[in-house]
Design a protein around this ligand. Structure first.
Ligand code: PLP
Length: 461
């Protein structure tokens, strides 16, 4: 075989210095474990998991540089040196004026929602996110989905399925008035759509529209660098720009942000809220002391802020993202080669298997994605999670949300697993796919009031 010189392989821009040993389990062990966990992969002890693709949140491997900064953490209660390092990294790489650190993303969402939402206001956004929407609703707001329709079709190959449908936004504004819109909640690389990016062109159009109507854009920037990677690869005029430049440009068209640094920013814990509005900043700074801690640590240790400052820098490195997203695409293409139905295009932080297409004999009330995640765990000890009717939860009036997408998410932690692990995962899914007709649905036997997917319990039908 001769080499295809136009398609040379990428490889990780790092090597390993320490490894974590994993336990092996038998099928019988795993059958018992999942039954005990109420068929909810969130309730499995991680010790019983072989390859953990539950989430990319806080599961990243930190670099030697991040670990070394741990020793420099300034644990002063007030005015920590580490806070100023974090602040300056956020200024340099994202450009927002004011920041409030929080223990993780939802801490930032809580404060921002309380400051910016008045009771009865609407918050239009490019698809909901679980914790984001809960905080919007608890603050008295109502989320309205304004993502383009293509995002709800797992087979549609639109390159920017995270785009906002500005006509949907305009209809909302026409119907209720711009005053009733608290802000546009804009997520980069939309998690719930399968890690799908928006385009710079769409963001610019949204900026233009919101300027006219005086509506702020609040950026859920949890995966902004992954979004920037797709803009660099797919959008005209961006091929020669660095991810670092693209990230800063994205942020420049928005008025504030919430960040879960446990994703892009390569740390195990941390987050922040950012804004360019001095009034929002002042109120947020007042609230953070109630919910998180003083405004110069927000529930974080000094060392966490040190690691975050370095992680932000590493996250905008072009070679890092090429390997990160390259691995996700490798896994997705491998599953596809076995005929497994997945969301296309393959997203930035994981591969999303279409459980409706995988298990067409189950109705959505039988929780097909939940059942499939349990089955994959039993086959190989690979832990995934449901992103479907269980995750969607209930409306404030008590009815179930029935999302169009019923998915099992294979989320890849950054810098943790190897290509051989990806092969094991794909082969396991392929084997379960061969036996798919035998997979039974589930019934929910315990349902918590908020964010039920974390703790709900099920039994086999
Ligand atoms: C994880 C996540 C959050 C919430 O952040 P936590 O750090 O888990 O509290 C918010 N938005 C998106 C898009 C996320 O992926």
């Amino acid at each position: 075989m001769s080499i295809n010189t136009s398609k040379r392989s990428w490889a990780e821009p790092y090597k390993m210095k320490m490894v974590e040993l994993l336990k092996t389990t038998t099928r019988t062990n795993r059958l018992n474990a999942i039954r005990k966990a109420g068929y909810n992969t969130f309730l499995l002890p991680s010790e019983d998991v072989y390859i953990d693709l539950l989430t990319d949140s806080g599961t990243n491997a930190m670099s030697d540089r991040q670990w070394s900064q741990f020793m420099l953490g300034d644990e002063a209660y007030a005015g920590s040196k580490s806070y100023f390092k974090l602040e300056s990294a956020i200024h340099e790489y994202y450009g927002y004026k004011y920041i409030v650190p929080t223990h993780q993303g939802r801490g930032a969402e809580n404060i921002l929602s309380k400051v910016m939402i008045r009771k009865g206001q609407f918050i239009p956004g490019n698809m909901y996110f679980t914790t984001t929407r809960v905080h919007q609703e608890l603050a008295g707001g109502k989320f309205v989905d304004i993502i383009i329709d293509e995002a709800n079709d797992p087979t549609n190959l639109h390159p920017f399925k995270g785009n906002v449908d500005i006509e949907k936004l305009d209809n909302l504004v026409k119907k209720h008035g711009a005053d009733k819109v608290a802000y546009v909640s804009l997520a980069s690389n939309v998690n719930m759509a399968g890690g799908q990016p928006f385009s710079m062109e769409n963001l610019k159009a949204l900026r233009k529209y919101t300027k006219i109507h005086n509506i702020p854009i609040i950026h859920d920037m949890t995966r902004v660098a992954e979004n920037a990677y797709f803009i660099q690869k797919r959008e005209k005029n961006y091929a020669k720009k660095s991810i670092r430049e693209i990230v800063k440009e994205i942020c420049s068209y928005t008025d504030g942000a919430t960040m879960s640094a446990k994703k892009d920013a390569l740390v195990n814990i941390g987050g922040f809220m950012a804004t360019n509005d001095p009034h929002v900043f002042e109120e947020a700074r007042n609230l953070v002391v109630v919910y998180e801690g003083l405004h110069t640590y927000g529930g974080l240790a000094g060392r966490d802020m040190e690691a975050m400052a370095v992680g932000i820098k590493e996250s905008v490195d072009d070679r890092h993202q090429a390997a990160r997203i390259g691995q996700v695409i490798y896994l997705g293409e491998k599953m596809e080669s076995y005929g497994v139905p997945i969301v296309k295009p393959i997203g930035g932080h994981g591969v999303f298997v279409d459980a409706k297409a995988f298990l067409p004999h189950l109705t959505q009330d039988q929780f097909p994605a939940q059942a499939l995640a349990a089955e994959i765990y039993v086959d190989s000890g690979v832990r995934t999670m449901e992103r479907g009717v269980v995750s969607a939860g209930r409306k404030p009036n008590g009815e179930n949300y029935y999302p169009d997408l019923e998915l099992v998410r294979f989320t890849l932690p950054r810098r943790v697993y190897t290509q051989a692990h990806m092969d094991v995962v794909a082969e396991s899914v392929a084997e379960v796919f061969q036996k798919r007709e035998r997979i039974k649905g589930l019934k929910m036997v315990y349902e918590p009031k908020y964010l039920r997917f974390f703790q709900a319990r099920f039994e086999k039908l």
